[in-house]
Structure formats: structure tokens, C-alpha cells
Design a protein around this ligand. Sequence first.
Ligand code: 5GP
Ligand code: MN
Length: 343
Amino acid sequence: HLFFTHKAEEKESFLQRLSGYPSIVITFHQNPDGDAYGSSLGLKFYLESKGKSNVTLISPTEPAEYLKWMPGASEVKVWDESHREIVEEADIIFCLDFSSGSRLKEMKDTVIQAKALKIVVDHHEQPESFGDLYYWDVKASSTCELIFRWIKDMEPEASITKEAAICLYTGLLTDTGSFRFDATTPAVHRIAAELLERGVVPAKVHRSLFDNNPLEKLKFLGFVLGEKLNYLPEYRVAYMAISEEELKRYNSRNGDTEGLVNQGLSIANSVMSVLFTEKEGQIRISFRSVGDFSVADFARAHFDGGGHKNASGGRSQLSLNETVEKFLTLLPNIKAELLSQPS
Ligand code: 5GP
Ligand code: MN
């Protein structure tokens, strides 16, 4: 753990950079989720409340529809060459909710080569060393939790605005699977409590995130559960593979597959669930597990990915069918570990 604000000289160097009117860029992982978006917008609102109004949020890829209700979301820029200068000239770049440069996609080289002080705030395993300062805790529920803790480290009496609170609450909610995953500690609930005191209405946030679907998305879910969900009781593994054609047939929008992979884990006794999706000829893979089976290790070893013990992602250059076949041939190697998990 490297909590830079615990080191007086690092805190000093950061505060010096922050003084005056610095140009600040906040970026986060491609295909942002509630935590990437929430932590970045929450931080932006906090910095603005401190009078730092030169803050630009840049997303490596087009964000999903289901996040667009969030306060400040309409100001998020999507990376293209026209933003190169902002990144090159920035004084500070915050890198939130990722610690592997490849997750910046086309933005990667510009960010890594920029002269700015780079501050990585994250909770993923095995961070790479492209940052100058790290506020990193693999045990944290979410980057939103870390941003909250960081604000309190910097300024114990900080009062968080309602807008910032809504954003930070969103990441706590989404990254803990609505306060159910193992990382849901008493500290997480205490943070949530303080955010509620700042004006968050839980039902509103939940409905905006999860009950805001076009009818087609539910029809798509019906199709996936009816036709695409496989379960292998001999391995305790569920998997689904969805082709680009099928996504198009249901008019699936960016982000519409979010959460789908969790459906597989609701099967009694299941230990791992995997979703393969084909997009622009590439295969994206989402892994989820319960218990001690590490899908981060599995994704890193076989599918060019990583993440957390129970939630990870990866990719494959093979076709959809070949990717599924490769996955199926790996299962005998991990069978013993899968079967040894408590139910
Ligand atoms: P998702 O399945 O929701 O895309 O990703 C699950 C978790 O794994 C998220 O926390 C995400 O940030 C992380 N993740 C997804 N893909 C990758 C990857 O390629 N590399 C790493 N290190 N983490 C990933
Ligand atoms: Mn996260």
C-alpha cells in the first residue's frame, strides 16, 4: 500500500502542484462503469468546490447510456486527437479506477508521456508503475471509497457537495453489487451514511442505474437467459457467448451487457460465470466468481486481462467460437479448485 498522503513530502509536492490555477485532467478506464465515472465526477466536483475550475474529464471510449444521468456526465469528453494538447499541457493527471496503461486504449501513450504529475487512485490487483503517486488499496470496495478517504486525508473537515455525494455513492453501489460483495465493510456503510447525510436518495440512484431500461434491453435479457446461458454442473461454471449479430438484432447499446454476467452466478452451486461478447470483431470477456477462485489470475494467465479476485475481464483475438473452445479446454485444469469451493 502506498498512501501518498501519509508521506509528508509527497503530500507537500502534491499541494504545491495544486496551488494556483493548475490544469487538471481526470481519466479512467475504457468502457467506464459506475465506479470509474462516479469517482472521476466526484473528484471533479470536490476540486471545483476548492476553486479548481480547470478540470477536464476525458473518457478513453464512449461511455454507456446507463451512466448519462449522472451529475456532470454531459461535460465528459471522449478521447480524440483534439484533446491531445490538454493532456500534454496538464499539470496534474488523475488516473482513476485502473492501473494497467492498456486500459486507456488510444489515449495511453499521450497520458504516459505527458509531463504532468500522475496520480493513480485504484483498487485493482498488480498496478503498473506509470504513475508518480499511488493511492492504492486492493482491499477497497471501490475507487469511490478511495476518493472519499483521500478527500478526508487531505482535508478532514471537508464537506462534500450533494452532486459529489451522488457520484461517489454510485461507485460504492455498483462496485459492491449493491452492498453485497465481500468488500462491503462497516467502513463502506459509514461512508454511504455520510453520503446520505449530504443528500443522496438511495432509491433515486438505484432506479437511475438499474430501472432505466428500454423495453428492448429486457427482451435481450430474455433471449440471453433463454437461448445463451449454459451451465456445466461438473465444473460449477456458467457461460454465455453473444455474437455481434445477436447484439445488433436486439439493438443492444453500449453498456447493455453490463451486469449480465452476474446472472450466471445466481445458479445454485455455481462458482464462476463468464460472458463472451463479440464487438467490432474483438472478443471481450467478463469473469465473475464467488469464494476463493481468482478470476483475476485466470484472466491474466489465459486471456490478456486481470482485475479483482471475484470480478475480472480479458480479451481474445480468436473467433467467438474458438474463444469459447479455448475456455472449455482450460476447465479440467481448474476443476479441482472450482469443486473445492464451499457452496
Ligand atoms: P467487467 O467485466 O465489468 O468489464 O470488468 C470486471 C472487473 O475487471 C472491473 O473491475 C474491471 O476494471 C476489471 N477488468 C476488466 N478488464 C480488464 C483488463 O483487461 N485488465 C485488468 N487489469 N482489469 C480488467
Ligand atoms: Mn472500480
